[in-house]
Ligand binder design. Structure first.
Ligand SMILES: Cc1cc2nc3c(=O)[nH]c(=O)nc-3n(C[C@H](O)[C@H](O)[C@H](O)COP(=O)(O)O)c2cc1C
Length: 330
């Protein structure tokens, strides 16, 4: 579904080349100071323009049409819209009969009987993450109403195109671009200041809610907390986090700040694997449903060479949303 949560409840709507995309958030406490300029920093981090990102540029100006009065939230649903301006829908018509390998074109065609909006990837476009980032701006204010105290998620790229050396990334992106290809990356999110006791086992554990939201980000292929998959190759003596004081601070953080689905007061740490963009410029072979043949496909249009470059702030947003949701249970 396109709605998430009980306490900080979101509904995402819109399509990449429709008139608007946006989010409605229910459960935002009244009286939180909020203005358009609060969104600018995070929206700028998601915006395209840098090498390796799509040449489609949008102003991404939020319009708050409900839930805000005199610079404060009112307690009514907060509705935030963004107009789609820079669209070129003709680039997408061929994908109805010849779906892009790796993208949602074919599954959406089957599931929605051909009624899905294919333009710009429709509802499956990375553009919808703009709404997640906007919700994240609000969630960050809900979880840390006073600047400096409360949880502050910070996400960064830690690996791109298989390299952990950031100085190598521009060349990796330039080579992939020149070859008409794409690259993936790993984003790490670290949140200090999460109080002990956040998370509702069994089914709404802190990991479950983060993973639930993480897989709403298009292109995410994996998640690991703390030592993650590496823990399977460790001894208990290596993976166990030694508690060193009465606050529950641990000497290491192999658990990523969570035990039993509940935050333990140490930094919340997880990583997401982001796939290489499926829309690549180089020729591919794929099935043509009109001719019944496997044929060559040339994808035109404007695409990110590396999705991860724009996704770190989206990862921060989903972390803040997860915490707003679960802190509302206390
Ligand atoms: C910020 C962002 C930008 C994206 N840009 C593109 C893009 O330019 N081209 C593309 O094919 N996919 C892009 N994607 C990924 C697709 O939306 C995604 O691959 C598609 O919906 C299929 O979903 P899946 O990869 O999770 O299976 C982007 C994703 C994000 C988060």
């Amino acid at each position: 579904m396109n709605s998430f949560g009980r306490n900080f409840r979101l509904t995402i709507f819109g399509e990449s080349h429709g008139p608007v995309i946006g989010v409605v958030i229910d459960g935002v406490p009244a009286g939180i100071p909020l203005c358009i300029s609060d969104f600018e920093g995070d929206l700028a981090r998601r915006r395209s323009g840098a090498a390796g990102t799509t040449p489609r540029t949008e102003s991404d100006t939020p319009e708050i049409v409900s839930g805000l009065l005199d610079g404060h939230t009112t307690g009514a649903p907060l509705a935030i819209l963004f107009r789609n301006e820079n669209t070129r829908s003709s680039d997408y018509s061929q994908f109805r009969t010849q779906p892009r390998p790796g993208h949602a074109d074919r599954v959406a065609e089957v599931k929605f009987g051909g009624h899905n909006d294919l333009r710009g990837g429709g509802h499956f476009s990375g553009r919808l993450t703009l709404a997640l980032v906007a919700a994240g701006v609000v969630a960050k204010k809900v979880i840390a109403p006073n600047e400096g105290c409360g949880p502050h998620p910070k996400a960064t790229i830690v690996e791109l195109g298989g390299s952990t050396v950031s100085a190598e990334w521009p060349a990796i992106i330039a080579t992939a671009t020149a070859e008409g290809d794409s690259v993936g990356g790993i984003i790490e999110c670290r949140t200090e200041g999460v109080p002990t006791g956040i998370g509702e086992p069994f089914f709404d554990s802190l990991e479950s809610i983060i993973a639930h939201l993480a897989f709403a980000i298009p292109g995410v292929r994996g998640v690991e907390f703390g030592d993650g998959f590496g823990s399977a190759r460790m001894r208990g003596s290596e993976h166990n986090d030694l508690i060193i004081n009465a606050e529950g601070t641990t000497a290491t953080n192999g658990a990523g700040g969570i035990n039993g689905g509940i935050s333990n007061g140490n930094p919340l740490v997880f990583r997401l694997a982001v796939k290489p963009t499926s829309s690549i410029a180089r020729e591919q072979q794929t099935y043509n449903f009109a001719t019944g043949q496997v044929e060559s496909l040339h994808i035109g249009g404007r695409h990110d060479v590396c999705i991860a470059l724009r996704a770190a702030v989206v990862v921060e947003a989903i972390t803040a949303i997860a915490l707003a949701e679960l802190m509302g249970e206390r």
